[in-house]
Design a protein around this ligand. Structure first.
Ligand SMILES: [Zn+2]
Length: 366
């Protein structure tokens, strides 16, 4: 969680920036949309077997959890999850009818899940070594979080979606691009090839790449120009490995701390007029979010549930006690299925985009 600042000269020397492609950050620019080949995890063929579902009426105005993970390790705490508990989180959520969506899919309301399931977004901050490392022969290590995710998805094809990985390209080891620190012993080309392999694996697996700034600066301590450079440089360094046309739409605030000029967290200019523009800004805390279809949802302040010991369990028990709070999909991504009488709570934008159907129980109206 706490990265030290690298001396600027050292950063300049380590920057792994193969000819940086400039990507238009203007969301209205049609050339800027993601080509289908690099969209996040598509609807799985797996819907033939949706896996465990809940017997609840559809409620697409219910709450959604965005989970937050940092490190993998034995000494569990707010920023560290034990490997067996991470595996158990996947299992527990799956059995209770939750299915992964990326933050991008969530904020866009692109929730294409079987009826009777609940979206949950997994976010991984700081690109630490335990999240993703390769074996000596270049395969995804099954003990890393990505390796465990892959194995779980293989066993449970209905767990089809991806997660959101908030990368620090230039922080200190082990938070530098999943532990790919510069080293005299490792030739630069070899290091870059490993980063490329990791980024390819994430994108091909339907995961989302998210920017967490270059090296985790406290954005309240710097002027506007520095803030935008720290965000822009992070974005460029990630995009250097992403497929052509890839768009980063999610930004995670280091320490959850906003810049003095708040809107620089979602929109800014840097380095000779390049731009960034984000649809989602991730806070560090805050609990579950309103549904992305609810008028109270704010993509520029997405709250999260830190997966500290017992925290996820408590949230899930809360939904067991009060099932009306929980988002439950109707299985049709073209409609917003809501409790009877709750149409006034659907956000005006979403009402314009999708057909709203009042099919759920009135007492479940949020
Ligand atoms: Zn962080």
């Amino acid at each position: 969680m706490f990265m030290n600042r690298l001396p600027l000269l050292a950063i300049a020397a380590l920057l792994v920036l193969p000819a940086c492609t400039e990507v238009s950050a203007d969301p209205s620019d049609p050339a800027h949309r993601l080509p289908p080949a690099v969209a996040d995890a598509p609807r799985a063929a797996a819907w033939t077997d949706p896996g465990p579902t809940v017997d609840l009426p559809p409620n697409e105005l219910g709450e959604v959890m965005v989970l937050e993970y940092h490190r993998l390790g034995e000494d569990e705490g707010p920023w560290v999850r034990r490997p067996e508990n991470f595996r158990r989180d996947l299992e527990r959520l799956y059995e209770a009818g939750y299915r992964p969506v990326t933050v991008r899919q969530l904020v866009r309301g692109e929730i294409d899940l079987p009826a009777g399931t609940t979206p949950v977004a997994f976010t991984f901050d700081d690109s630490t070594l335990g999240q993703f490392y390769l074996t000596e022969d270049g395969e995804v290590d099954p003990h890393s979080m990505v390796g465990m995710w892959d194995a779980f998805r293989e066993e449970h094809p209905a767990w089809a979606g991806g997660a959101t990985w908030c990368i620090l390209p230039g922080a200190d080891h082990p938070s530098n691009f999943f532990g790919e620190q510069p080293s005299r012993e490792v030739p630069r080309a070899e290091r870059e090839a490993r980063i490329q392999r990791k980024v390819d694996h994430l994108v091909e697996g339907g995961h989302e790449l998210c920017n967490h700034t270059m090296w985790h600066a406290r954005l309240d301590r710097y002027d506007d120009a520095f803030v935008q450079d720290q965000i822009g440089a992070g974005q460029d360094s990630i995009l250097a490995y992403a497929p052509e046309g890839y768009e980063i739409t999610t930004f995670s605030l280091p320490f959850g701390i906003w810049p003095a000029n708040r809107e620089l967290a979602w929109s800014g200019r840097y380095r000779d007029g390049k731009r960034f523009a984000y649809e989602a800004v991730l806070e560090v805390t805050g609990g579950p979010n309103p549904s992305p279809f609810h008028r109270d949802f704010d993509g520029r302040s997405v709250k999260r549930v830190i997966v500290a010991p017992g925290a996820l369990e408590r949230q899930m028990e809360r939904y067991d006690r009060e099932p009306g709070l929980r988002f439950v999909s109707d299985g049709d991504p073209t409609t917003v299925a809501i409790p009877a009488g709750a149409a006034d709570r659907v956000s005006a934008t979403r009402r314009g985009e999708r057909r709203v159907v009042e099919v759920g129980r009135a007492e479940f109206a949020p």
